[in-house]
Write a protein that binds this ligand. Structure first.
Ligand code: NIG
Ligand code: FE
Length: 422
């Protein structure tokens, strides 16, 4: 341990310290390797992890800074802060009416066709004051943090005009600068064709390419460009054009692909070297092979299947068998999956998709970091990475999905600061 650095946080007596130390990303059977240390300890100095190991070793070596926060975990489980690699947190109003309409037999696409869905959120966002969007977004992030999520990917996509997409991305930028949760911004101008372009969709594609992407890049407002590549939304040809333009402008790529039908979106994402392809409920065998070969991460969103009342979940076992990088996410949004809790997503992944608990934890830590290209900083508790740490009210990590629908977080440390205490 470098002698010049003193510990500002020390957590001792950790029953199961899940470090995720080991291969990055986690593939195949390695997803079960949690880098688990029994009777562990962690020390942080400032924003970074200083030392990880057996509790008595870390305690014995760490020189404590004045005012160091010392936490006795009393045998509890500790994990890296969870990472949510697919969220739509900036919206004006919730859509609980649609949720109930689906229970009464209407499908997501029927609701969208009749003017609800994404387009109704667009109408609400465009007329919403920035203050309200900031307040709403902070509220989402507070809830995420309380549930152990310390970094998220955050998409625009409810603006769908140059002005409103910029407004959305500026809210992400400004909330990011004041909130402990880190947000990585994604431009999603191709989320849907807005009302005023319904009978001239080609012009909307041109607007995204000619005006929106350059404006977003000029102001450095996004790291990624995403698209809803799906029947009745953006087809393969449009998706290719928009995403190629985004890549040429310097954005990294993400795709909403093969969610409601198999359209070849995964193959296109792999071909264009996307960092991730997301949803993938209807991915083909060829799509799975293509993602594995390209190193494009699969971000799976079982909360969306659940909330839309679907029966089919993404074929995760086939993906893991074929060496695809698998991550999990909430898809937090007002339409298809309104939850901030990655714990409930892990429950769904285990019960419905037949993942092991360790695989699911890999999928919200080290592999989720890979899905947002952040492995250098987060996803593992190892010296030099960010001190994003969660202490849980459980003695065995398998309790997390088993005790479902309940928040088991007791403390969250973000960038070395204790930010949640429950
Ligand atoms: O990821 N699939 C497209 N976008 C969101 C849903 C957005 C909405 O319905 O508002 C999703 O599921
Ligand atoms: Fe989404």
């Amino acid at each position: 341990m470098p002698p010049e650095k003193k510990a500002t946080v020390l957590i001792k007596n950790i029953g199961q310290l899940i470090t995720m130390d080991g291969p990055v990303p986690r593939l195949g059977f390695d997803m079960n390797n949690l880098g688990l240390i029994k009777n562990g300890g962690v020390a942080a100095a400032g924003e970074e992890i200083l030392a990880v190991g057996k509790s008595d070793e870390v305690e014995g070596h760490a020189e404590l800074a004045e005012g160091c926060t010392v936490i006795d975990a009393a045998g509890a489980v500790v994990t890296p802060g969870f990472i949510d690699p697919h969220t739509h947190p900036v919206f004006a109003k919730t859509r609980e009416r649609e949720f109930e309409m689906r229970a009464m037999g209407k499908s997501y696409m029927e609701i969208a066709r009749s003017g609800g869905g994404i387009r109704s959120s667009v109408r609400d966002l465009r007329t919403s004051p920035v203050d309200l969007l900031m307040t709403n977004t902070k509220k989402r992030l507070d809830t995420m943090l309380a549930h152990g999520t310390t970094t998220i990917e955050a998409k625009s996509g409810y603006g769908l005009s140059t002005e409103s997409e910029i407004k959305c991305l500026e809210v992400i930028r400004d909330v990011n600068s004041v909130h402990p949760v880190d947000m990585i911004p994604t431009f999603l101008g191709a989320h849907e064709v807005p009302d005023e372009y319904r009978d001239k969709r080609q012009e909307y594609v041109e607007l995204v390419i000619e005006e929106m992407i350059p404006a977003v890049v000029k102001d450095n407002l996004a790291v990624f460009s995403d698209i809803f590549c799906e029947e009745e939304v953006f087809d393969l040809k449009e998706s290719r054009r928009i995403q190629q333009a985004a890549a040429d402008a310097g954005l990294k790529l993400k795709f909403h692909a093969d969610e409601l039908a198999s359209t070849g979106g995964s193959e296109l994402a792999a071909e264009l070297g996307a960092i991730s392809a997301d949803h993938l409920v209807h991915i083909s065998e060829g799509g799975i092979k293509a993602l594995a070969n390209a190193g494009t991460a699969a971000v799976l969103l079982p909360g969306t299947t659940f909330s839309l009342g679907g029966k089919q979940y993404a074929p995760v076992r086939k993906m893991i068998e074929n060496g695809v990088i698998v991550a999990l996410s909430t898809d937090c949004n007002p339409g298809s999956s309104f939850t901030e809790s990655l714990s409930i997503i892990i429950s769904l992944a285990v019960v419905q998709m037949k993942m092991t608990v360790a695989e699911a934890i890999s999928a919200v830590t080290v592999n989720a970091a890979r899905a947002i290209d952040k492995n250098d900083d987060i996803g593992q508790l190892v010296a030099g990475k960010l001190a994003d740490i969660v202490i849980w009210d459980m003695q065995d990590y398998r309790e997390l999905p088993y005790h479902y629908g309940v928040n088991l977080v007791t403390k969250v440390i973000k960038r070395g600061k204790l930010v949640v205490q429950r």
